[in-house]
Ligand binder design. Structure first.
Ligand SMILES: O=P(O)(O)OC[C@H]1O[C@H](O[C@H]2O[C@H](CO)[C@@H](O)[C@H](O)[C@H]2O)[C@H](O)[C@@H](O)[C@@H]1O
Length: 274
């Protein structure tokens, strides 16, 4: 299947973790750490409701919140889900549904107004998907988007993709591919790249950790910020997996083997930065 919404792939550059942490140490007060959730912080599971962040990564993030200026999660999941999974971490900002939702410091969740008229469409689409798609498809309703999963029935990939494309055409929705999933979203201009582009305007340094093609736009936003301001230091980190192939790693500066290995990497980072 042809990838959708992958964004521009920036050229790779040569950077070691050691060099990256050293440059970060010089800019700690203006440094933001961004993390994707599924496949990055949380190991992939068959059941999307059963995932939990890797404990070591979570513990390191908790400690890092008082070392850098800001830590934020940027995910396709709803804010409510992320808030529940990250309940043990204090001081983390949350952007959900590709930035259609975000959580304020007060704890209140704000939804992008342009997306609200699409709530009924998503509910109807969910009902239709559950009625029409073959058994084995997992339909995940997320209020402002619908994810169609085939992880436990890989043979259904083609049928589900075809159905999703037809519905997107019929309803005027946008598509986002992911790891054994196709997501239908409102036609509202909001993606991880836009979230990052806005969030790093006043930062002097930022890291983005991601595993999937939707994260490449976030990488591109860091590259763009760096191109506009040579003093800004951005680091793109891929969390490897066999499903996405090397598309994300190719666009990244550094690659980490798994969410569990991310825990080790962040623990090491804590030692380097404190
Ligand atoms: O932006 P992310 O935080 O990376 O979210 C992307 C999608 O993650 C979830 O699906 C993926 O993880 C599931 C649980 O491990 C797995 O079963 C599924 O195959 C993966 O695609 C989530 O369920 C989706 O809604 C997100 O779009």
């Amino acid at each position: 299947m042809r990838p959708i919404n992958t964004g521009e792939q920036p050229p790779p550059r040569s950077l070691t973790a050691e060099q990256a942490w050293r440059a970060t140490a010089d800019r700690l007060e203006g440094c933001v750490l961004f993390f994707d959730f599924d496949g990055t912080l949380a190991p992939v599971r068959d059941d999307p409701t059963a995932v939990e962040p890797a404990p070591k990564a979570l513990a390191a993030i908790n400690a890092l919140t008082s070392v850098v200026q800001r830590v934020a999660i940027v995910s396709a999941r709803p804010v409510e889900f992320l808030r529940d999974r990250l309940a043990s971490v204090e001081g983390v900002d949350i952007y959900g549904l590709y930035g259609l939702e975000h959580m304020l410091a007060s704890g209140e969740t704000v939804t992008e107004e342009a997306a609200l008229p699409w709530v009924p469409t998503m509910a109807e689409l969910t009902d239709r998907a559950r009625a029409e798609l073959p058994e084995g498809t997992l339909v995940e309703y997320k209020r402002l988007s619908v994810a169609l999963h085939w992880r436990t029935a890989p043979h259904l990939a083609g049928v589900v993709e075809q159905w999703g494309r037809e519905q997107a055409e019929r309803l005027g929705l946008r598509l986002q591919v992911g790891r054994m999933v196709l997501e239908l979203k409102p036609p509202v201009d909001r993606d991880k790249g836009m979230v990052i582009g806005e969030a790093v305007r006043s930062a002097s340094c930022a890291w983005y950790f991601g595993d999937d093609v939707s994260d490449i736009k976030a990488f591109a936003a860091l590259r763009a910020r760096e191109a506009a301001d040579p003093d800004f230091f951005g680091v793109c980190v891929a969390v490897a997996n066999p499903e996405t192939g090397d598309e994300v790693s190719t666009a990244a500066d550094l690659t980490i083997e798994s969410p569990e290995a991310l825990g080790d990497f962040l623990t090491e980072a804590l030692h380097r930065l404190t």
